[in-house]
Design a protein around this ligand. Sequence first.
Ligand SMILES: [Zn+2]
Length: 358
Amino acid sequence: MKFCAVHHPDVALHHPETFFKRGQLVPIPEVPARAEAVVSLLRQRGVPLDVAPDYGPAPRGAVHTPELLRYLETAHARWIANPGFSDIIIPNVFQGPGMSGYPTHILGQAGFHASDLSAPIVAGTWAAIAAAANTAVHGAHLLVDGAADAVYAACRPPGHHASRDRIGGFCFLNNAAIAAQEALTLLGAEGRRQRVAILDIDAHHGNGTQEIFWERDDVYFVSLHADPAEFYPYLAGYRGEVGEGRGRGYTLNLPLPIGASEPTFLGALADAFEAIVHYGPEILVVSLGFDAYEGDPYQGLKVTTPGFGRIGGLIAALGLPTLLVQEGGYAVGDLQANLASFLDGFGAAALSPTPANG
Ligand SMILES: [Zn+2]
C-alpha cells in the first residue's frame, strides 16, 4: 500500500477562543493544537507529507453556494468595519418560515449562513478553511491519479457539519464533501465509474454531508454516531433519514445509544461495511473523527485507543482507495495516540518509509 499524508500550515490561522454552548460563552475545544499534534505524529513516523497546493475556487464552488463562499471570504473585514462590533462573528438573527430573499447586511448574512452559534469567524478563518479544503482536495487527486492507495488529510477545522450554504458545529467548508465531489469529477474525466462512498465515524452525525448529497446517488453516505435524540446535532442523524429523489436509499444513518461500547460500535461498523460493499464505490472517503473516544470531553461513545486500531484495520480490509479526512476529536492530549493506533491498524505505519534509525 502506498500511503501518504497532506497538510497545510495555514490551518492554524483559525483560532477563536470561545463559542456559545448551553447559554454561555465557553472556551472552544477545536484548537490549532489539534492539527499540530497530528502533523507532528506524521513527521515522527516518517510518513511522506505533502503541503497542499492551492486548487483555486472551483472545488469548493462545486459543493457550496456562491453566497456562502463570498460571505466566508469577506465576512470578517465587513464585520469589524462596523463601529462597536467585536472581533469575532457570532450571529444573533435567524431565518424563519416566510422570510425570503438574501440579506444584504452582514448581520443578516451571518444568521442566514449559520445553523448554530458554534462556528465563530475570526480574522484568519478564511485562510484556514481554504487551506483545509485544499488539503482534502489534494488527497483526492493523489488517490485518483494513483500516486497513493490511501491518503490522510490533516484537515482542521473539521467540515462535516457544514452544508451547501450554512456553517455550524466548528465547521465552515465541508472538506470531505469537497474531496468526494472532486474525486467524482476526476473519475469522470478518466472515464471511470462515478461512485464515491463517505463513511462518517465521527461521534457526531455528519448533517452537513448528508444534506449536500441528500438527493444524489453518486455519493453513498453512511454515518455512525451517538443518538441525535440526546447528542449534537439533535436535528438530524435519525435512522429514518434515507435521502430523497434519486438519493433515496443512498443515505444510511446508524445512531448508537449514548455511551455505547466499542463492541456495539464495531457491530454497527460491520453494517456500514456491508452497505458500502453493496454500493461498490471506486473510492472511499472517511470522515475520521476521534471524538468517539472514551476519553473525549463530549462523552458520546466509548471507543478505546486500541479500538481505533481495530477500526483502521477493518477499513483497510475493504481494499478500496481511501481518503482519510480528519474531523473531530477533542481529547487533544490523546489525539496522537488515537491516530497512531488507527494508522497501525490500517497498515499505514508499516508500509510507509520510516526514518533511518526508526
Ligand atoms: Zn464530532
